[in-house]
Ligand binder design. Structure first.
Ligand code: B12
Length: 220
């Protein structure tokens, strides 16, 4: 593995945001692209951290430090991910992590990659209650509502938001896409979402499919 990618991995594990930022910049200067950095250094390292956290080998403060370091890399990659050569915007996406859930790394990646693929993305942040999704739908009239949840205790919130959208008579106005660790295609079908993406690349695929346009910048 390339030295810079290894340093990004080590920096995330050690929670060393400075090392991660510098190594990400070096990797880009060496011609390693953002896609490669995400696939080989960022995602697998967070998975490793998740396993160590589950096993009780590391604790929440360690995970927070790693998350901060991971965001240092995303910050460097952001301009590249959202850079798009398309003059015509593909559509509007509202994205947010559902109520009770504070995980935002994956949601932020999905947000950036969709921007890079030509969507206007409005990010509502984390811990977003159903009422805020409704207000945002009324205000921005999005083509897609994308929701993220990482906890088995919060994925049920997707259902609550969908019910609130139905109650407001807005269900046929917006396509709903869900994703996050414990979410599956079966679950998405069960709750009546229009789509599911297992990772950021599938997020683009499903958005393009739902809007009938497959000509993305990342062309997945
Ligand atoms: C980082 C982290 C945290 C950080 C979050 C910091 C932050 N700013 O996000 C902190 C320390 C705050 C945290 C807290 C907690 N966490 Co936590 N956390 C993680 C960890 C290690 C990594 C998550 C991550 O960022 N992964 C990397 C990203 C890139 O992956 P991702 O989020 O899955 O996103 C990808 C896909 O899912 C998809 N995707 C995501 N969203 C969307 C949306 C759409 C629309 C689409 C299409 C796709 C999509 O695309 C993304 C990119 O490829 C995971 C372990 C893991 N393996 O996931 C545990 C994990 C999610 N946490 C867990 C737990 C239990 C907790 C706590 C309850 C711990 C506690 N006892 O307090 C709290 C809950 C806090 C809360 N209310 O939300 C459990 C969840 C178990 C479960 N299934 O319910 C996990 C799985 C750890 C474990 N193995 O036990 N956590």
């Amino acid at each position: 593995m390339d030295v810079c990618l290894k340093k990004i991995q080590d920096g995330i594990i050690d929670g060393n945001a400075e090392l991660v930022k510098n190594s990400t910049e070096q990797a880009l200067m060496q011609g390693i692209d953002a896609d490669m950095i995400i696939r080989t250094a960022l995602i697998p390292t967070m998975e490793k951290i998740g396993k160590e956290f589950k096993a009780g080998d590391i604790y929440i403060p360690d995970v927070l430090m790693s998350s901060r370091a991971m965001h240092a890399s995303l910050y460097v990659l952001k301009p590249l991910l959202i850079e798009t050569n398309q003059s015509k915007k593909k559509g509007i996406v509202i994205i947010g992590t559902v109520a009770g859930d504070l995980h935002d790394i994956g949601k932020n990646m999905v947000s950036m990659i969709l921007q890079g693929d030509g969507y206007d993305v409005i990010d509502l942040g984390i811990d977003v209650p159903a009422a805020s999704y409704i207000s945002a739908i009324l205000r921005y009239k999005p083509d897609i509502l994308a929701m993220s949840a990482l906890l088995t205790t919060t994925i049920g919130e997707f259902k609550n938001v969908i019910q609130a959208i139905i109650d407001e008579g807005l269900r046929d106005r917006v396509k709903i896409v869900v994703g996050g660790g414990p979410v599956t295609q079966d679950y998405a079908d069960e709750i009546g979402a229009n789509g599911y993406g297992k990772d950021l690349f599938e997020a683009i695929e499903v958005a393009n499919k739902l809007l009938g346009n497959k000509e993305g910048y990342f062309n997945v």
